[in-house]
Design a binder for this molecule. Sequence first.
Ligand SMILES: C[C@H](O)[C@H](O)[C@H]1CNC2=NC(N)=NC(=O)C2=N1
Length: 125
Amino acid sequence: MSRLLDDEEIARQLRDLPGWERVEGHLVATYESPSFLEAVRLVEWVADEAEQMDHHPFVDIRMARTRWELWTHWRDGITQLDVELAHRIRQRAEATGARVTTAGDADDDGRRRGTPAPGPSTGPR
Ligand SMILES: C[C@H](O)[C@H](O)[C@H]1CNC2=NC(N)=NC(=O)C2=N1
């Protein structure tokens, strides 16, 4: 259960986890919940699961957005426990109306990536 997964196994299992990607040897995804409170509740729900699994995520909450980073610390890599926890997070997130964000989505400040900040007004003088 806790052996390290190889590249091929990780790639194959990621196909069932839309929005999750491998970043520097960790499984990473970001969800946008309908509200800040829903995001906090999602974290609370996952906290209970994590305790039962004795397997814990790194998680960031920024307003309604949660960013999850999973790996097996004592193995220093990704095991089936990380994949299992990712599935539980995904199922709960979707059930509570969160959507997974991808690279093209808005940044933390609400601006879309790659779009410049608004410049000076070009309206009539
Ligand atoms: C003693 C206890 O079982 C370990 O510290 C557990 C707790 N939760 C954990 N969580 C994660 N993500 N990786 C671990 O290696 C880990 N180890």
